[in-house]
Design a binder for this molecule. Structure first.
Ligand SMILES: Cc1cc2nc3c(=O)[nH]c(=O)nc-3n(C[C@H](O)[C@H](O)[C@H](O)COP(=O)(O)OP(=O)(O)OC[C@H]3O[C@@H](n4cnc5c(N)ncnc54)[C@H](O)[C@@H]3O)c2cc1C
Length: 59
């Protein structure tokens, strides 16, 4: 499977000379899917999750 990431080019440094760094708010399925894509594209990121524990949805 292949995919493309639209957004900052990870090979381009910003005006501070740093690589882009993505902040993901929420470790739901969308946030985790984005994290996987960013990791494959070698784009650094952090995830912020407000819930202190993992829990199932719909149970
Ligand atoms: C009762 C129920 C049953 C469901 N059953 C199914 C099913 O059987 N099959 C199915 O495909 N889908 C089901 N869904 C839908 C599915 O859960 C959602 O479509 C999916 O979880 C959405 O993913 P998401 O990442 O967008 O959001 P979420 O999964 O809601 O994740 C968002 C995350 O962001 C965190 N967050 C929110 N605000 C902040 C903040 N300010 N700072 C830090 N973190 C924050 C939340 O704690 C959460 O972990 C169900 C939903 C519900 C409510």
């Amino acid at each position: 499977m292949s995919f493309e990431i639209y957004g900052p080019d990870p090979t381009v440094l910003d005006i501070s000379g740093r690589k882009p760094h993505v902040l993901i708010i929420g470790a739901g399925v969308a946030g985790l899917a984005l994290a996987i894509m960013l990791q494959k594209a070698d784009i650094p990121f952090d995830i912020f999750e407000k819930s202190p524990e993992a829990r199932a949805v719909g149970k």
